[in-house]
Design a protein around this ligand. Structure first.
Ligand code: FES
Length: 515
């Protein structure tokens, strides 16, 4: 692969999300002793924090563990729309699940939105929560029928929505569905007060603490990386995207990782309001956010499977061009990307991790709609742990099996993994470390062996073994984020090989430059 640089001079050199840049978060210690709690929650994004907030309010002794820093995963890099309009979805769900379950899925997302609104009001949270209509639009005339079918599903299910021939923004469309009464917010300004509430209720939070194993020994012992410390608990929640404990649930065959991008720019013209999502390709999403008293437009999209893009810079450039054509661009203060997990049947996995693993829970696979479905996960899991009934338990149970579409998708997903496992190992590598320019990474041949190389701006060379430490696929260089990304299940590593995102827990092996 040839080196690639931003052609556009306007894009920031380094990725940083608007949410992270405008939130001062507290830091927390590593776990440095053995502890005992009621509930151990692994992963401190919206799922982990909402679950911990709800349980600690009920007097449970909760500890939250984060492998990196809190709110620095997908929750810190989302586009943060609060919506029950998730693209072309309801027509497909109607065909697979029938009317009752599809209606429940819509209602569950509405409940999550109401929960966020009530929490903001009860705790007086200032997080720019703003009601907006959500628009799902189609540009291509020849695909309009798909949007019409989606609208028919709204009518059948009684989902509030209006057909529109035009959008309030200057984008020509063949049709659109407006879903009123959705919302947008600043996700970290919303979640930081929940973190404060957890601490006030006596909850504990540990950062840079990777939980790697779970032992069922009356009831559970969790162990941190390399067995350093133990956590004894009666319930465990995996809120870490790919579950840190699989329990025979075969989650790595039932989830695939997608990346998407956001460019936040100051427009030359006024944005008419609303949030937007394209139903056709390439995927495009729009919303606004305030920054230093000004309004930014957040253009998102350009989705692709993790580790399977030829040039990640081009995705940012595509979004910049999209924004420039619609509104003009004065400046681009932020760009960032996020990783999401997608399930086989498009519904999230929320509940007991397998049918036989009582006391161990998971929430994952939000198919890019983590603000509502992450919140919903907290609501469902806290009810389950407290022994309260929750009407959505059967719908999202991770041990469900729906032959259509699950069988087809599991075959496609695993064929894709097999292809990347083999292709990565036999590909011809012609470049060497000398060919790398400053701030460039690539798979190279070093001393006759395949290696991952990155040369920093000062010319220092970092070499890693490109074999993913999860299940052995070959990682690919991501120039937009300066990371090594695995095309099989989405593990990501920085240029020194340290884990950024799992399921891998071990770093890539560092290679000796002189060996
Ligand atoms: Fe599974 Fe890399 S993430 S092999």
């Amino acid at each position: 692969m040839q080196p690639s640089r931003f052609v556009s001079p306007h894009l920031p050199q380094f990725p940083e999300s608007l949410w992270r840049a405008t939130t001062e978060l507290p830091s927390f210690p590593r776990l440095n002793e053995d502890i005992q709690v009621d509930i151990a929650i692994v992963g401190a994004g919206i799922v982990g924090i909402t679950t911990a907030y709800l349980l600690s309010r009920q007097g449970c002794k909760v500890a939250l563990f984060e492998a990196g820093s809190i709110l620095n995963g997908t929750t810190g890099h989302t586009s943060a729309k609060i919506s029950a309009q998730h693209g072309l979805l309801y027509d497909e769900l109607l065909n697979h699940f029938g009317e009752e379950k599809t209606q429940m899925h819509y209602q569950a997302n509405r409940d999550a939105k109401d929960f966020i609104q009530n929490t903001v009001s009860n705790l007086n949270i200032e997080c720019d929560l703003k009601p907006e209509s959500a628009f799902l639009y189609m540009e291509k005339d020849d695909e309009l029928q798909k949007l019409q079918k989606e609208f028919d599903a709204y009518v059948k299910l009684g989902i509030p929505g209006q057909w529109r021939d035009k959008l309030p923004i200057p984008l020509n469309v063949s049709g659109a569905i407006e879903m009123p009464d959705q919302a947008q917010f600043h996700p970290l300004h919303y979640l930081k007060p929940l973190v404060d509430e957890i601490l006030k209720a006596g909850g504990q939070i540990f950062e840079h603490t990777t939980i790697t194993t779970l032992k069922k020994d009356g009831p559970f012992t969790l162990t941190t990386y390399r067995g350093k410390h133990k956590v004894r608990c009666s319930h465990v929640v995996s809120a870490s995207h790919f579950p840190f404990y699989d329990g025979g649930g075969m989650y790595f065959t039932r989830l695939h990782a997608m990346r998407s991008y956001v460019v936040a720019f100051q427009p030359n013209t006024t944005f008419a309001g609303g949030t937007y999502l394209s139903a056709d390709e390439p995927k495009r999403s729009l919303r606004t956010a305030s920054w230093n008293g000004e309004e930014l437009v957040l253009a998102g999209g350009e989705n692709h499977k993790t580790g399977q893009s030829m040039c990640t810079h081009s995705h940012y450039e595509g979004l910049e061009e999209f924004g420039r054509e619609l509104f003009g661009v004065k400046s681009i203060p932020f760009r960032w990307s996020a990783q999401d997990l997608v399930t086989l049947d498009k519904l999230p996995y929320i509940g007991q991790i397998t049918s036989g693993d009582e006391g161990i829970y998971v929430a994952t696979g939000f198919n890019k709609w983590g603000m509502t479905q992450g919140t919903l996960s907290g609501m469902i899991l806290s009810d389950q742990i407290l022994g309260k009934g929750n009407p959505y338990t059967p719908l999202y149970t991770p041990s469900r099996f729906n032959a259509d579409p699950s069988i087809k998708n599991v075959v496609v997903q695993n064929a894709d993994v097999a292809k990347h496992f083999v292709a990565g190992k036999v590909g011809l590598v012609q470049r060497s470390a000398e060919d790398l320019k400053p701030d460039e990474g690539a798979v190279i041949t070093h001393n006759g062996k395949r290696a991952g190389g990155y040369k920093d701006t000062k010319g220092n060379l970092y070499l890693v073994d490109t074999t993913c430490t999860h299940l052995g696929c070959e990682v690919e260089w991501n120039e937009g984020e300066r990371s090594w990304d695995c095309p099989c299940h989405g593990s990501r590593f920085n240029y020194e090989g340290e884990v950024i995102e799992g399921p891998a827990t071990d770093p890539l092996e560092k290679l000796d430059k002189d060996a």
